[in-house]
Design a protein around this ligand. Structure first.
Ligand code: PAF
Length: 251
């Protein structure tokens, strides 16, 4: 695997690149089997797979969330090599935001709802970093997990709105054996919270109204940001202590 720490070195490599198609998986590191499934899909569908690890501070609306976000670079690199990823981009914030975050991408409707209503600035920061990374990598296909469903929809809509020449590929949520959606944040749960967390997916699957699911989850000790039906999906965001969990199912 080739590793690129500067934008200049990546661009020099990318410019003459003849591989087709190129797949891209943007991440913030702390890789888990959910990421590995995105990588495996990209490897199966592309001649060359690029992954980025960039912990995008701008998208953390709470300082403590950024501070406690896990960094596991050495084990991430080992996993990427094992899976057979071709290139790793490890850009520095000073280069990614050489404009001091003067230019951003803002969406004015869906990004204000659901997670956006509880995390001001979050989706602006996500769309901004995703656009920057897509412009740098110039992939044919870019892979996003369905677990972050609102993010996936917003990225799709942005790519369409700005006529960006990339295909956004949605990959199904990967779950622990007890159903909990894999997330880099799961490791922040203590033993008791980890047991409680199982109820999130189990409750979401019940054929009850969103309001009833909300009430059930409150009774089980969750602090609810929202339980909401959007088109053919039910989406939830709920907190256990300082840890915010999200999930969604098709309805
Ligand atoms: O889903 C994530 O890990 C992040 O939001 C992303 C897409 C890598 C942007 O920082």
């Amino acid at each position: 695997m080739k590793t690129f720490r500067t934008i200049k070195s990546w661009r020099e490599f990318r410019e003459p690149m003849r591989h087709k198609p190129i797949g891209f998986v943007p991440t913030m590191g702390a890789l888990h089997p959910g990421h590995v499934s995105l990588l495996e899909t990209s490897l199966a569908e592309n001649a060359f797979t690029v992954v980025s690890i960039f912990v995008n501070q701008q998208q953390f609306d709470q300082d403590h969330d950024f501070q406690q976000y896990p960094t596991t670079l050495q084990s991430d690199i080992r996993q990427l090599e094992q899976v057979g990823v071709d290139a790793l981009l490890l850009p520095d914030a000073s280069e990614v935001y050489a404009d001091s975050y003067r230019f951003t991408v803002r969406e004015h409707e869906f990004s204000k709802q659901l997670c956006g209503a509880h995390r001001p600035g979050h989706f602006e920061a996500v769309l901004t970093i995703v656009m920057r990374l897509l412009n740098l990598v110039r992939p044919d296909n870019a892979y996003f997990g369905e677990k972050d469903y609102q993010q996936l929809q917003l990225v799709r809509d942005m790519v369409t709105a700005f006529f960006m020449p990339v295909n956004i590929v949605a990959c199904p949520t990967v779950r622990e054996s007890d159903g909990l959606a894999m997330s880099s944040r799961n490791g922040q749960l203590n033993e008791q919270q980890r047991k409680q967390a199982v109820a999130l997916y189990a409750t979401l699957q019940q054929s009850k109204s969103a309001q009833e699911v909300n009430e059930l989850l409150v009774a089980l000790g969750f602090e609810i940001d929202y339980v909401k039906d959007v088109a053919n999906r039910r989406l939830v965001a709920a907190r256990l202590g300082n840890t915010r969990l999200i999930d969604n199912v098709r309805i």
